[in-house]
Design a protein around this ligand. Structure first.
Ligand SMILES: NC(=O)C1=CN([C@@H]2O[C@H](COP(=O)(O)OP(=O)(O)OC[C@H]3O[C@@H](n4cnc5c(N)ncnc54)[C@H](OP(=O)(O)O)[C@@H]3O)[C@@H](O)[C@H]2O)C=CC1
Ligand SMILES: CC(=O)C(=O)O
Ligand SMILES: [Mg+2]
Length: 412
């Protein structure tokens, strides 16, 4: 039996390098076919689009294509390894877009010196796509980049590590709190990490009812408090008026731990300090802040989730980004707003409370799955995700006035 490292390398190397390719959707066999696909026929849609730019959606694949764009500055929890090293992850996101939502993607790795250069590169190519999925761009630059691109682009721009992660975290956490009989309004939440995922997760949890003063956020220097200086403005919003300085201080009596930082940063001793029936989301990839084995051994009363596919409760943005874009593209939404994000939270959350189809059990190798501590969030291969999340998102887009098209018949 090959180890996971060699299996993963072989998976990426064979049968051909990478894991996606492009397919042709129209005939291209005969002289007649080529006269239509290329010269002279291709001139006709060119003329139409030149006269009416919206016709690009009628005659090209733009409307079903998303660009997955990274600079490789925060590749999973592996750090700033540069644009080229991010390519397997970006091809992976493209695979997931296609597999789960039938969206075509191009992965684009951008070299740049300044934020302005990155923004200009993306803004200048954005019209080629139906949407822009930014990926693995580190904080705090990611916030400025996303804001500038939303302002400059006509298509939806979505930083997956912020909002995809936040949506799935909120969905999983609301379910876990319900199972543990706790309330989001009173839960003490410790967030290890203060970057892209952390700031967006805590922002969305507050929109879902969490109390800002119950949130303790930590970066590499420790707890973010009002006593600290030199905080960037994103961290500043979470500065807590507390004497806690370390993770050990903050974790005492915490109901929830959200890890979006790095590997092996939460110890069994710290876990033992949490309140009864704790919720531990150790979401750093590929190696979580604490292993599920250690959590189950130390705290049998805990609900445990990771970002990985090979453990129960995968809290990972794969449960969101294919479906939020499916909904957004289907109504040609101009942006992905809070109403669409909250609709996605509720749809993902609700799906975990329904009976699990045989097909999902077969794909996961599980004999049974039912809403409870070991199943707080749906599995990515649950086909109902696309139906329910995309529909909820598309409906929210229409109702909040950001859709250019009416709700398609398939969603009515
Ligand atoms: N499961 C999922 O769906 C997702 C998981 N993630 C995971 O979240 C992590 C962060 O990603 P992202 O937010 O994009 O990256 P960023 O680079 O934007 O942020 C990383 C944050 O982690 C903090 N951090 C790193 N090491 C430590 C440490 N030893 N102690 C305390 N804080 C630390 C950094 O602190 P400082 O500010 O001081 O540098 C920073 O605030 C990654 O592991 C990634 O895999 C991300 C997105 C989705
Ligand atoms: C899942 C993901 O996007 C990350 O870990 O960065
Ligand atoms: Mg990511």
């Amino acid at each position: 039996m090959l180890d996971i490292r060699q299996q993963a390398l072989d998976y990426h190397a064979f049968p051909s390098p990478g894991k996606i390719s492009i397919e042709i959707t129209s005939p291209a066999e005969t002289t007649q076919d080529l006269s239509l696909a290329y010269s002279p026929g291709v001139a006709e849609p060119v003329r139409e689009i030149a006269q009416n730019p919206e016709d690009v959606y009628k005659y090209t694949a733009k409307g079903n294509t998303v660009a997955v764009i990274s600079n490789g500055t925060a590749i999973l929890g592996l750090g700033n390894l540069g644009p080229m090293a991010s390519k397997p992850v970006m091809e992976g996101k493209a695979l997931l877009f296609k597999r789960f939502a039938n969206i075509d993607s191009f992965d684009i790795q951008v070299k740049h010196n300044t934020v302005e250069e990155f923004v200009a590169t993306v803004a200048n190519i954005a019209d080629s796509f139906g949407g822009i999925n930014l990926e693995d761009i580190k904080a705090p630059e990611c916030f400025e980049i996303e804001r500038a691109l939303i302002a400059q682009c006509d298509v939806p721009v979505f930083h997956d590590d912020q909002h995809g992660t936040a949506i799935v975290t909120a969905a999983g956490l609301l379910n876990a709190l319900e199972i543990q009989d706790k309330s989001i309004a009173t839960a003490k939440i410790v967030c290890l990490g203060a970057g892209a995922a952390a700031i967006a997760c805590m922002d969305l949890l507050i929109k879902c009812g969490a109390n800002r003063s119950n949130i303790f956020m930590l970066d590499r220097q420790g707890v973010i408090t009002t006593r600290r200086s030199g905080l960037n403005r994103y961290k500043q919003q979470f500065a807590n008026d507390t004497d806690s300085k370390t993770l050990t201080d903050a974790i005492k009596d915490a109901d929830v731990f959200v890890g979006v930082s790095g590997p092996n940063l939460l110890s069994a001793q710290q876990l033992a300090l949490m309140a009864s029936k704790p919720i531990v989301f150790a979401c750093s990839n590929p190696d979580p802040e604490i292993s599920p084995e250690l959590v189950h051994k130390t705290r049998p009363d805990a609900i445990m989730a990771t970002g990985r596919s090979d453990y129960p409760n995968q809290v990972n943005n794969v449960l969101c980004f294919p479906f939020i874009f499916r909904g957004a593209l289907d109504v040609r939404a101009t942006e992905i707003n809070d109403a669409m994000k909250i609709a996605a939270v509720e749809a993902i959350r609700g799906l975990a409370q329904l009976a699990v189809p045989e097909k999902v059990l077969a794909a996961t190798g599980e004999a049974s799955l039912a809403f409870g501590p070991g199943y707080i969030i749906p599995k990515p291969m649950d086909e109902r995700l696309c139906e329910k999340v995309a529909k909820a998102v598309a409906t929210a887009a229409v109702e909040s006035g950001v859709a250019k098209l009416p709700l398609p018949a398939k969603y009515q």
